[in-house]
Structures are given as structure tokens and as C-alpha cells.
Design a protein around this ligand. Structure first.
Ligand code: SF4
Length: 122
């Protein structure tokens, strides 16, 4: 995954990893996208979104991108543009409150604990 590192990563949300290279690792130029680039990058945007829609990391990738705003100011990530990610963050704040990242971190921690308990019981 090609991301632009300009800030500090929130370690409560592990960066998604794949055993095989993802499309954004194989052709990072397809995912280059500046804020407001919609017209210039139309075909690439469609291609990138298609690739993300088939990516097994998409859900975790989107969560990671949303909580790590400073690290993801540009680029198509999990099929979203920077503007779309801003809107999604605003919606999360409206639904979960101003500490929405902490709320999601608690949910993630609970989800991982349940998964670990299920795996121990199996
Ligand atoms: S969802 Fe898209 S941006 Fe995220 S890892 Fe997959 S191909 Fe890359």
C-alpha cells in the first residue's frame, strides 16, 4: 500500500497487510490523486476504485485511512477520494461524537478480543 506519511500513525489501528502485493503497491501511480483532481484523473480514478472494490483489505484499509487523517491527505484509498474521506469523518463525528476515533478504537479492541476468545475456544 502506498501512503503518504506526514504524521503519526494511530497504533490502535494496525495498518492492513497483505501476503501478496496489492494493486496500489503494484501500480501506485494509478492511486495518485490530489484534492480536487476529479476531472484530470477520471479514468485512473475509475480504475483505482475498481481495484479497491476487489481488494480483500478494503474494509481495514478504509478504517486505517479514516483514523489516520494526517497520513492520508491525498490518494485514492479504499476507493475513496480525499474529499470523500473528509465527509466520512464528518459523518462519524456526527454519529459517534467528537471522540469518534476513541470510540472506534474501543470497538476494534472488543472485536479483536472476541476473535481471540473464539479462536482459543475452537
Ligand atoms: S483497498 Fe485499495 S488502497 Fe487499500 S490496500 Fe487495497 S488496493 Fe490499496
Amino acid at each position: 500500500m502506498t501512503f503518504y506519511l506526514h504524521g503519526t500513525e494511530d497504533l490502535r489501528f494496525p495498518r492492513p497487510q497483505s501476503p501478496t502485493p496489492t494493486q496500489c503497491q503494484r501500480t501506485p501511480e494509478m492511486f495518485d490523486f490530489e484534492y480536487g483532481d476529479c476531472n484530470r484523473k477520471g479514468p485512473e480514478l475509475i480504475q483505482a476504485r475498481r481495484a479497491c472494490s476487489r481488494c480483500p483489505l478494503a474494509a481495514d484499509c478504509l478504517l486505517w485511512a479514516l483514523v489516520n487523517k494526517d497520513l492520508t491527505p491525498v490518494g485514492i484509498i479504499a476507493g475513496t477520494t480525499p474529499r470523500q474521506r473528509t465527509k466520512l469523518r464528518d459523518r462519524l463525528a456526527a454519529r459517534l461524537g467528537p471522540n469518534w476515533i476513541d470510540v472506534l478504537a474501543a470497538q476494534e479492541q472488543a472485536r479483536r478480543a472476541q476473535a481471540a476468545a473464539r479462536s482459543r475456544a475452537a
